[in-house]
Design a protein around this ligand. Structure first.
Ligand code: PNS
Length: 169
């Protein structure tokens, strides 16, 4: 009898990865055999970091975990799931305000592919207010983001803002 590996896809923009994301990935370990962090290649959003930079930054953080790998994708998420032979999407729910958007996405993905289920997980309470958008805004305005993102991400944001003359994107 062949035992199917439980593969989860954790999709997002990850611009940049923060400790809420990393906490969620760690929580997947007892539940799934493999987690694929899937970085959306969506340049329309004018991200601070390119897809390749985001993938490299995440790999640096999760490289040692063994059960986790990082890929980028474009197009429909459900098509990416088919390509990697996964049927589970993992998404984080920080607060009720996340719910409506997540609910719509989960049901749309189910409409597109009835085989796909979305699993929601709550990050550690300390990270429930954390978002990539706020991290970038606070950092750009000179606020302290230590403990919210890995040191390598702080360094990368600093280098990017310096290169942009302190303006960022
Ligand atoms: O971190 P984000 O930006 O909230 O992640 C959103 C993401 C990447 C999960 C979502 O935009 C997505 O899945 N995009 C791929 C295109 C797609 O499949 N759209 C229909 C989903 S309902």
């Amino acid at each position: 009898m062949t035992v199917r590996r439980r593969i989860a896809v954790y999709p997002g923009s990850f611009d940049p990865i923060h400790h809420g994301h990393l906490d969620l990935i760690a929580r997947c370990r007892p539940i799934f055999d493999e987690v694929i962090v899937a970085v959306l290649a969506n340049e329309e959003k004018r991200p601070l970091f390119s897809v390749a930079e985001r993938v490299a930054m995440i790999e640096e953080q999760v490289g040692g975990l063994g059960f986790c790998r990082v890929e980028s994708f474009s197009g429909l998420l459900v098509d990416f799931l088919d390509r990697v032979e996964a049927s589970t999407i993992v998404r984080g729910l920080r607060a009720i305000s996340d719910f409506e958007y997540e609910f719509q996405m989960a049901l749309m993905n189910r409409h597109l592919n009835a085989r796909v289920e979305t699993v929601f997980m709550m990050p550690r309470e300390d990270y429930s207010y954390l978002s990539s958008r706020l991290v970038k805004e606070v950092f750009r305005l000179g606020g302290n983001v230590e403990g919210l993102v890995p040191p390598a991400v702080i360094a990368a944001m600093g280098a990017r803002l310096t290169a942009a003359g302190g303006q960022g994107e």
